[in-house]
Design a binder for this molecule. Structure first.
Ligand SMILES: Nc1nc2c(c(=O)[nH]1)N[C@H]1C(S)=C(S)[C@@H](COP(=O)(O)O)O[C@H]1N2
Ligand SMILES: [Mo]
Length: 221
């Protein structure tokens, strides 16, 4: 009897750390990974000091997302003549561009980062955007959405980033792609993008916009 009880207790005690540390282990792994990336990231560019990958705050609506790149597709659809379904490598085959841009979150933090990626204009051109489209609605794997006027995206030469400070976007930062919504507040910088929808709904409101955040979201300079 005592032997069985003791054995049972032993099993429970051995398993306890595994049962309760699941989340902790994951967090430890991901912060180890971020520290490793921070060690190799670009720290300044054309004379400008950059922020670090570690300076971002993580407050995504459903936490960091893990995307399986072997099944990942970026869709470009809606008001287009030539809808696209691009694999990660197909997106990466476009001409790359780099720029240093500051992301300002409404929660009072900012990061100045070297972003590398592909011109939204190049991706949209391939989809043959209809003359009636005036709004671009972005969708992400966590259900997050946001929108930006088509003309703003073209005028500001917005890019879809796949690298920050010279390293491939880590999962926390939006792998495989984050929109560099230059001059717009952080909630327009959608991460984990899966779909770019061309629309004529100028009043479309994304996740935070529908909760009262300004739809224009211009950074006040
Ligand atoms: N898919 C998705 N993208 C998102 C968010 C989100 O919750 N989900 N949060 C936005 C907000 S409010 C900000 S400030 C930036 C911040 O980027 P970071 O989470 O990498 O720090 O991501 C934006 N992109
Ligand atoms: Mo934000």
């Amino acid at each position: 009897m005592y032997v069985r009880k003791a054995l049972f207790l032993l099993v429970i005690i051995t398993l306890l750390p595994t049962i309760f540390s699941g989340c902790g282990l994951l967090n430890q792994q991901s912060s180890d990974q971020l520290n490793a990336l921070a060690a190799v990231e670009v720290k300044n560019y054309e004379g400008r000091d950059l922020s670090s990958i570690l300076d971002f705050h993580e407050n995504s609506i459903s936490g960091p997302q893990k995307i399986d790149i072997s099944t990942y597709l970026l869709k470009i659809d809606g008001l287009v003549a030539n809808p696209q379904e691009l694999t990660y490598n197909q997106v990466l085959s476009h001409k790359p561009y780099s720029k240093v841009v500051t992301l300002y979150c409404v929660e009072n933090w900012a990061v100045t980062i070297l972003w590398e990626g592909f011109l939204m204009k190049d991706l949209l051109d391939a989809a043959k955007v209809d003359g009636t489209a005036n709004t671009v609605i972005f969708h992400a794997v966590d259900g997050y959405t946001t929108s930006i006027p088509l003309q703003t995206i073209l005028d500001k030469n917005m890019i879809l980033a796949y690298k920050i400070n010279g390293v491939v976007l880590p999962p926390e930062r939006g792998y495989p792609f984050q929109l560099v919504a230059e001059d717009k507040l952080g909630y327009k910088w959608i991460k984990w993008i899966t779909r770019i929808e061309l629309s004529d709904d100028v009043n479309y409101k994304g996740y935070w916009e529908s909760k009262g955040y300004d739809n224009t979201a211009d950074v006040q300079k």
